[in-house]
Design a binder for this molecule. Structure first.
Ligand code: 13P
Length: 250
């Protein structure tokens, strides 16, 4: 059985003050929930306080990115050692916004994943096609390329610490959700590709999240699909009273 994983990717939203307010409220709302895994990825500047505030709860704290070197002259980058020192639970790698605006490629995604795993950090690896690619009918080609590039040289053992997030770029922040059928079809394709690449058992166990305009109203339908094991939620994760509804429905 794969445990559902609902994670909130806050992107460049919520100040430290807002993060503290959120967690004070959220900690009360999630009390007792342990059949679903859940967490948030606030901005880097909020990570130490967030990590401190969730002590004694089941709330996971994720970082939104990480560089692929341990230390050195890389102004403004965040190293795996810094995240490990804070006991960060997961690192999101390869989000489409990183790929689109900050030059992230399958190759740099792969470097980051290897480095995170080397330091014992778990990974949420994001993949997904753009609207143009979907319209051209090359969704599966794009997903396969991102999987093969991003997971190059990754072993079955290492895959136990990787979650895949399928986020069609055209559904992110647009209010346009993939239909549950479209999301399921792509997540099944991803699982089958992992099976071919790494093996059947790995594919059966790997958790695949869906991301893109997830909200309380569409959670049940999406999470009810066989190959969808959770959600990576943007906008609807910023307020505790909305995010808890998604967790409850999952
Ligand atoms: P939205 O839920 O705001 O569409 O964002 C999805 C996303 O990119 C999560 O990583």
């Amino acid at each position: 059985m794969r445990k559902m994983f609902i994670a909130g990717n806050w992107k460049m939203n919520n100040t430290l003050t807002e993060t503290v307010e959120f967690l004070n409220e959220f900690k009360e709302l999630v009390k007792g929930i342990d059949n679903v895994e859940y967490g948030i990825a606030p901005s880097f500047v909020c990570l130490p306080v967030a990590k401190e505030m969730v002590k004694g709860t089941n709330i996971k704290i994720l970082s939104q990115n990480m560089f692929y070197e341990d230390k050195g002259a890389y102004t403004a980058e965040i190293s795996p050692l810094m995240l490990k020192d804070l006991n960060i639970d997961y690192v999101i790698i390869g989000h489409s916004e990183r790929r689109q605006y900050f030059g992230e490629t399958d190759e740099t995604v792969n470097k980051r994943i290897k480095k995170a795993l080397e330091h014992g950090l778990k990974v949420v690896m994001c993949i997904g096609e753009s609207l143009k690619e979907r319209e051209q009918g090359i969704t599966n080609i794009v997903l396969e390329k991102q999987l093969k590039g991003g997971l190059a040289d990754i072993t079955a053992e290492q895959m136990k610490n990787i979650v895949i997030a399928y986020e069609p770029v055209w559904a992110i922040g647009t209010g346009k959700t993939a239909t549950s059928e479209e999301a399921q079809t792509s997540c099944l394709f991803i699982r089958n590709t992992v099976s071919q690449m790494i093996g059947k058992e790995t594919a059966e166990n790997v958790r695949i999240q869906y991301g893109g305009s997830v909200k309380p109203a569409n959670t049940e339908e999406l999470m009810g699909q066989n190959d969808i094991d959770g959600a990576l939620v943007g906008g609807a994760s910023l307020k505790a009273d909305t995010f808890i509804q998604i967790i409850n429905k999952a």
